[in-house]
Design a protein around this ligand. Sequence first.
Ligand code: SF4
Length: 421
Amino acid sequence: MPTKTPRGMRLIITLVGSRNAGKSSLINALTSQDIAIVSDQAGTTTDPVAKQYELLPLGPVTFYDTAGLGDTGEVGKLRVRATLKTLWRTDIAILVVGEEGITKHEEKIMQTIRELGVSFFIVFNKLDIRPPSSKDIEFCKAQGYFFMSVSAKSGEGIQQLREEIIDFAPAEIKCEPVLAADLITEGDWVLCVTPIDLAAPKGRLILPQVQVLREILDCDAVAVTVKEREIEEAFANLKRPPALVITDSQVVLSVSGDVPDTIPLTTFSTLFARFKGDLPCLVEGAAAIDTLNDGDTVLVGEACSHHAVADDIGRVKIPRWISQYTGKEIDYEVYAGHDFPENLERFKLVIHCGACMINLAEMVRRMNECKRRGVPITNYGVAISKIQGVLERIVAPFDIDVRTVNAKTISAAQSMDKQTP
Ligand code: SF4
C-alpha cells in the first residue's frame, strides 16, 4: 500500500552518476517496471524522476533517478541544482558507475555526497559488458567504500542490491521510531485534545493527529479525542485518569491548567519533534527566543506548501505571541516546501513546523545545517510551550531538563553577540 504511507515515512534512495551509466535502467530492474526514460542517447534524464516501490521487509521507498551532477550550460546548471535538491532529502545515495569506470567525475560526485553527509555506496553497472577494473576495486577498498556489481540488463546482482539497500537504511528507519508508544502501555487511556478552529481543515483531522491516534490504537490503548472545551467532561466520565494527555500546542496553556499536575502532558508537536529528529536540540533552540532583539530576523520553516489561512499558525499566531512575549520588533520570513535557504547565518532563530510531510533524514539534515552555522532551531510546538511558560511540563515525559538546556543556549548566544562587531 505505498500510496497510503505518509510521504515523510518513506525511505528515499537517489541514484546519481554519469550520463548513461544506466541509472534509469537500474531503477527499472529494481522495481521490475519501466518508469524512467531509457535511451541509448546519453543524458536523456532531466529533472529527477520519482518511483515508489514496496521494498520488503523495509516498506515503501522512493527511488529518484537524477540528471548528472557535472552538467554545464544553463540547462545543465538547472539539472545540477535539481539533483542537489533531491540529495538534500536523500537517505541513501547510490553512485552508479558505467563502462568508463570511476573517473574524476565520479570522484567529484562522491565528494559532493560526502559533504552533504548522505550515506552512499557504489554500484558498478553493466556487468554484462565488463566487470569493474582492478584499479576501481582497489580505489573503493582504499577509500573504504562499499561496492558491488550488477547488470540492469540481465538482472544479475539486482536482488543482492535490494538487500544492500535494506542494510544501508538509517537505523532510525529500521528501528521504527515511536511517537507516543513508549509513554503508554496496553489498556491505558490517552486523552487527545484537538481544537477545531478556523485553521483546522474541513472534515478531517491533520496528519500528525491521525498518526498519533493510529499509534495509540496499535498499542491497544484507548484514545479519547475531545476539543479543549470538553476536557472537564471527559475527566468527569473517565473511570480512571488518562496515562497521558496529548494536546494541540495552540491550546497548551489552557489545557495545562485543566489537566492535574500528576498526569503527564505533552503536545502533538513535541511528539513529532522527537519522532523527526532531536528533541533536546529543539528545546535548546527555543531558549534563543529569550535572546531576540529589535530588528532580528526569524526564519519560519514549513515542510509543505499549504494554503495559508487568516490566523495561520506560522505566519500570524507565532509571530504575534513572540512579539507579545519579547516586546521586540522582529522580522519573519517564511520558507515553505522543500526549499530551505542556504544563507542561514542571517537568521537569529529558525522555527520549524512539525515536519510531518518530510522524512527524518531531511529534518535531521536541516537541523544539522543550523547547528553547523550556529543558528538555533526549534519547532512550533516547543516554541509555543516556551512562550506559554509550560515547556518544562511538556518535555518532562522525555526526561529533558529545560533549565540546563536554557543556560547552555543563552551562554552560546552571549558569546556569539560578543563576536559580532
Ligand atoms: S506545515 Fe509542516 S506540520 Fe504542517 S502539515 Fe505541512 S509538513 Fe506537516
